[in-house]
Design a protein around this ligand. Structure first.
Ligand SMILES: NC(=O)c1ccc[n+]([C@@H]2O[C@H](COP(=O)([O-])OP(=O)(O)OC[C@H]3O[C@@H](n4cnc5c(N)ncnc54)[C@H](O)[C@@H]3O)[C@@H](O)[C@H]2O)c1
Length: 268
């Protein structure tokens, strides 16, 4: 895969471009980016990564070996209608757009190799866990090239397209749930006279350590939790409060509502 064209120069496009150039997966000279209105953003990407900013869409589409859709869901239909006249019949398209179905892309661009991905914002530091789904027209070579591309921003999990709704609800939106928990623990911690930097460090390092434990130690979270919980002790008292306020149920509803919203967006 030689040339990649990004349509949309927002935060997700930049995170992927950062990964691709940092890991030297693809030479910056072969990365082309176009944007709807914000020329300053294209200049910034050119200066930061050496990519080619372009407004010559027809030319860029002719030369692209992969076209990446990286705009907001509300803008995707208009973008597809704009590129439809210029994109060659078999050029693969990879969409980052949450909830927008391959069938909808095909309806405008015609049958072709299609992939949809759901990364998360940890792509910025190459720690995204990214779900990817392919249609039947994607061959093994293109799958491998897309996997390599995605590995530059973290880890990759292949799923069926329909499962991307759940991936979106769990890992696409997931960092926001964690930040919410960090916010809550920080706010609570600040009421005990510790300074902000100290509380932040206590919360963030605790999360990072617990997360590493889950990755490195082959034990279920329930067991790891049990090992911390002395009978009649502090953890038991804390967890009782979480149970009293149905925090588990809140997370069940949180994931269910996000999954349902992803389906709703797909049908809108
Ligand atoms: N932010 C996240 O956590 C996250 C995670 C996974 C997927 N996504 C998906 O990634 C996509 C991009 O999100 P983002 O946060 O990078 O958005 P963003 O708003 O930062 O960037 C989108 C860019 O696309 C440009 N654009 C719109 N229409 C265009 C067109 N016709 N031609 C060229 N450029 C066009 C806009 O000018 C804008 O610069 C969204 O569809 C979102 O659902 C986001």
């Amino acid at each position: 895969m030689k040339n990649i064209l990004f349509i949309g120069a927002g935060s997700m496009a930049e995170a992927i471009i950062h990964g691709l150039t940092a890991q030297q997966v693809i030479d910056a000279a072969h990365i082309f980016v176009t944007n709807k209105s914000n020329e300053a953003k294209l200049t910034q990407l050119h200066e930061a990564y050496g990519i080619s900013a372009t407004y010559e869409l027809a030319d860029a589409l002719q030369q692209a070996d992969l076209v990446v859709l990286a705009m907001k869901p509300k803008d995707v239909k208009a973008a597809l209608e704009k590129i439809a006249a210029h994109i060659p019949a078999q050029t693969p398209v990879l969409s980052i757009v949450a909830g927008y179905a391959m069938a909808s892309i095909e309806a405008i661009l015609g049958a072709r190799p299609l992939a949809r991905i759901m990364p998360n914002t940890s792509a910025q530091i190459a720690l995204s866990t990214t779900g990817v789904a392919y249609n039947a027209a994607v061959n093994d070579g293109t799958k491998q090239a897309i996997t390599t591309l995605l590995q530059s921003i973290g880890t990759v999990i292949e799923v069926e397209e329909d499962q991307l709704h759940a991936v979106t609800a769990i890992s696409g939106s997931g960092p926001a749930y964690f930040y919410y928990v960090v916010e809550a623990m920080k706010e609570a911690g600040l009421t005990y006279g510790l300074d902000e930097q100290t509380v932040k460090q206590l919360v963030v390092e605790t999360m990072a350590g617990a997360s590493e434990m889950l990755k490195r130690v082959d034990e279920e979270p329930q067991l790891l939790r049990k090992k911390i919980t002395s009978p009649g002790g502090t953890t038991e008292a804390g967890v009782k409060a979480l149970e009293k306020f149905n925090v588990k149920e809140a997370f069940t509803t949180c994931i269910a509502d996000a999954e349902a919203k992803s389906r709703e967006l797909a049908n809108s």
